[in-house]
Each structure stands twice: as C-alpha cells, then as structure tokens.
Design a protein around this ligand. Structure first.
Ligand code: 5GP
Length: 120
C-alpha cells in the first residue's frame, strides 16, 4: 500500500473489541456491524479482517483468498437480511474525493427501503 495502515483507526479498534459495535455478521474474513449514523433504514458496514486502508489497497494487495472471502461475506450479509428480492446498494468511498473518513476498507450496505437516486 502507498498509504501505511494506521492500527489506531476506529475500525481497527472495533475489530480488536476495544470499541463496542453492534455486530451483524462475522467470519474468518469479514466483520459487519451497524453504522452509527445510518443513512438508510438498514445501513451496515462490512470490513475485511486484514489491515487494508481502502478498496485500492485491498484490491491491489490482498490475497485471492481474502478477496473471495470478503466479497462472499458482503453477499452473505445482504442475503441474511432478506435484501436480495427487494434489492440493496453497496458503496465504498476511497480517499479524499470519495469522502472516505475511516482508513480501514469498509463497504457500506444500504437497504430496507427504496433508496432513490445515488447522488441525490
Ligand atoms: P466513510 O465516509 O469513511 O465511507 O464512512 C465512515 C462511516 O463510518 C460513516 O458512515 C460513519 O457513520 C461510520 N462510523 C464512524 N465511526 C463509527 C463508529 O465508531 N462506529 C460505527 N458503528 N460506525 C462509525
């Protein structure tokens, strides 16, 4: 990664259990929890367990096993919340222009209601 990973970022602390979070899913590759400031009826953050700053870092540097495990976990979370038939939205903000606030890769999962246009 170009950017070094900061072990004191808030999601690293959540992964280590140093800060509480409301867990919705966990496996060997991923941890999912409710966003503290939900932007939809359902707003879950899914993060890889590995130390990756962003989608860019992860896609460039994670192993095929980690990537597959994480991608599958995102789908599992959506499926387990019954979101497949009504539909849902995934979003990953990257860097300054993307508005990324926390430097540990996270995929936002939005659902539970019609979401409207993406850049409203
Ligand atoms: P970003 O802008 O980096 O894509 O999104 C960061 C997200 O993390 C925001 O939606 C914000 O509400 C959420 N968030 C920030 N701090 C915490 C926290 O301590 N706990 C939880 N559950 N979510 C957080």
């Amino acid at each position: 990664a170009i950017e070094p990973y900061d072990d004191e970022n808030i999601f690293a602390k959540i992964l280590r259990g140093e800060i509480p979070s409301s867990k919705v899913y966990e496996d060997d590759w991923a941890y999912a929890f409710s966003d503290i400031n939900p932007q939809a009826k359902l707003h879950v953050l899914v993060i890889p367990k590995g130390r990756y700053v962003s989608w860019d870092d992860f896609s460039a540097n994670a192993s095929a096993e980690e990537i597959a495990g994480f991608v599958r976990a995102v789908g599992t979370v959506a499926r387990s919340h019954g979101l497949v038939e009504p539909g849902y939205r995934l979003l990953a903000n990257v860097g300054a222009h993307g508005g990324q606030e926390v430097p540990h890769l996270h995929v936002h999962l939005f659902g539970g209601e019609p979401l409207g246009p993406m850049l409203a």
